[in-house]
Design a protein around this ligand. Structure first.
Ligand code: BES
Ligand code: MN
Ligand code: ZN
Length: 508
């Protein structure tokens, strides 16, 4: 995995090292440590702030080099704005990391003493700041042998910040609060790494092997090969992979953390198309390279399972991922082929580029048969149509269960990984009826994300279910103060929060 930023929590009175970061709230509200430093500097800090019209707004920053009377090379004063909500604190941490890393030096100390803590305690404020910084510190540079920025420009050789010291009122409590957050960050990093990895390096077999490695965390990992998938009659998933030289795999990852023996399993299913050429219904060349990210749903499920195991979540959860590659070849499936899914339902494949739903069909069926889950959430980079509808701000949410849908919406607002509910219904479902089989795999020009979801729903029994179409959010994602990468790791924080807020306490 990409190297993790080292984060340490110490007391407010400790001597800072490296770049010293101070925070100012609105109207230049400084905490006691910052005020003390300002006094030692004979008011130079507040004077500089006034000279720069710095008022403490979010994302405002000033720098003082070689401050007098303080033994650090530079001082950064960052505005916090209101910083009332959890997400504000994460974004502030991310912004602070970016400000630090834009400057020389490989360590920094942040004085985490906001003038106004909002709803947070001192330790939560510090831990959230740390999580934001960590999320921002992600890089994917393993294949770069020269130092270039993501845009390709030559960079000045410079040390990256490796260590962040967070000075706060309750360092021990903050370190404890951060441990669970760090587990989630590691999950998001795993998801980002998997999505960034090119398809020549990460096919279905390599992806599955990387999942096997996760057993060190206490996850129980099973890898099903093509013989086993054939024995299970996963005809839809296998049809997608039949054109590829590389065999398909299904990985089952189980985490048993619930206190009660009766606790029902939560299921998470991910589309893992390691590369999607479209198959015989081939995609145009322009932008096809992005289809290395067509396993973003599976990557999220992998990251979530890693997070749950690392923070020892009090829940029973299973992650299932369908790994395959959609290639054109003499063995590939053809438009018009009819395949039989594990459920027994037949599918007329009118477009081999609508392959993700074929993968989900079999893995979802298998998940329900084997685990009888309390609910299933599936994630898939399923349709370009969801990007037309929602852009990159929201993932599409489709659900047969209002409670699960509203829990996901709330988790989305809290984490910033937002979902927007879309409709399902009979009239849409009719659009995928077929003359020649039980259904066809495309619905026509209208409502492409919805007909995709309707198709998936045909493989859901009466389990509470939510489908997240993450085509717009998992890859080529919009960058933010906590997401510096093409691969966002979208969904790991969302689903971890869904579980933490609703399913880890006593059975409801
Ligand atoms: N993986 C694509 C969807 C996608 C598109 C993901 C853009 C990320 C960015 C999916 O397999 C696909 O090709 N969907 C088709 C469905 C169509 C043939 C009904 C699409 O969206 O065009
Ligand atoms: Mn496709
Ligand atoms: Zn696809």
């Amino acid at each position: 995995m990409s190297q993790l930023l080292e984060i340490q929590f110490v007391s407010l009175s400790a001597a800072p090292t490296g770049t010293l970061v101070l925070l100012a709230g609105q109207e230049l509200a400084l905490g006691p440590v910052a005020r003390g430093l300002d006094e030692r500097m004979k008011g130079a800090l507040s004077k500089a702030a006034r000279a720069a019209d710095f008022t403490g707004k979010a994302k405002a920053a000033i720098e003082i080099l070689a401050p007098v009377a303080i033994d650090v090379p530079r001082l950064l004063l960052l505005g916090t704005g209101k910083a009332a909500k959890e997400l504000d604190r994460l974004l502030l941490g991310g912004f602070a990391f970016a400000q630090i890393s834009a400057r020389k030096g490989d360590t920094a100390s942040i004085i985490a003493e906001p003038a106004d803590l909002g709803e947070a305690s001192a330790e939560v404020f510090a831990a959230d700041l740390a999580l934001g910084a960590m999320l921002r510190s992600y890089t994917f540079k393993k294949y770069r042998t020269t130092r270039k920025s993501e845009e390709g420009a030559e960079e000045e050789p410079r040390d990256e910040p490796r260590k962040l010291v967070i000075q706060c009122a309750k360092p021990d409590a903050a370190a404890k609060a951060f441990a669970a957050r760090k587990a989630v960050a590691e999950g998001a990093f795993l998801a980002r790494d998997l999505v960034n990895e090119p398809a020549n390096m990460l096919g279905p077999v390599e992806f599955a092997e990387r999942m096997r490695d996760l057993s060190r965390t206490g996850l129980e990992i099973e890898v099903l090969d093509e013989d086993q998938l054939a024995a299970l009659k996963m005809g839809a998933l296998l049809a997608v992979g039949q054109g590829s030289e590389r065999p398909s795999r299904v990985v089952v990852m189980q985490w048993h953390g619930a206190k009660s023996k009766r606790a029902k399993t939560l299921c998470f299913v991910g589309k893992g198309v390691c590369f999607d050429t479209g198959g015989i219904s081939m995609k145009p060349a322009g932008g096809m390279e992005d289809m290395k990210g067509d396993m973003g749903g599976a990557a999220c499920v992998a990251g979530l399972m890693l997070a749950l195991a690392t923070r020892k979540a009090a829940v029973n959860a299973v992650g299932l991922i369908g790994l395959t590659e959609n290639m054109p070849s003499g063995k590939a499936q053809r438009p018009g082929d009819i395949v039989t899914s594990m459920s027994g339902q037949t599918i007329e494949v009118l477009n081999t580029d609508a392959e993700g739903r074929l993968v989900l069909a079999d893995v979802l069926w298998y998940a329900q048969e084997r685990f009888k889950p309390r609910f299933i959430v599936d994630l898939a980079t399923l349709t370009g149509a969801i990007i037309v509808a929602l852009g990159k701000e929201y993932a599409g949410l489709f659900s047969n269960d209002d409670r699960l849908a509203s829990e996901l919406a709330a988790a989305g607002e809290a984490t910033g990984e937002k979902v927007w509910r879309m409709p399902l219904g009979k009239a849409y479902d009719k659009l995928i009826d077929s003359k020649n089989a039980d259904m066809k795999n495309i619905g026509g020009r209208h409502a492409g994300a919805i007909t995709g979801a309707q198709f998936v729903q045909r493989f859901i029994k009466d389990t509470p279910w939510a489908h997240l179409d993450v085509a717009g959010t998992a890859m080529d994602s919009s960058r933010s103060d906590i997401n510096p990468s093409w691969a966002s790791g979208w969904g790991v924080r969302l689903l971890d929060r869904l579980i933490a807020d609703n399913y880890e306490k006593a059975e409801k």
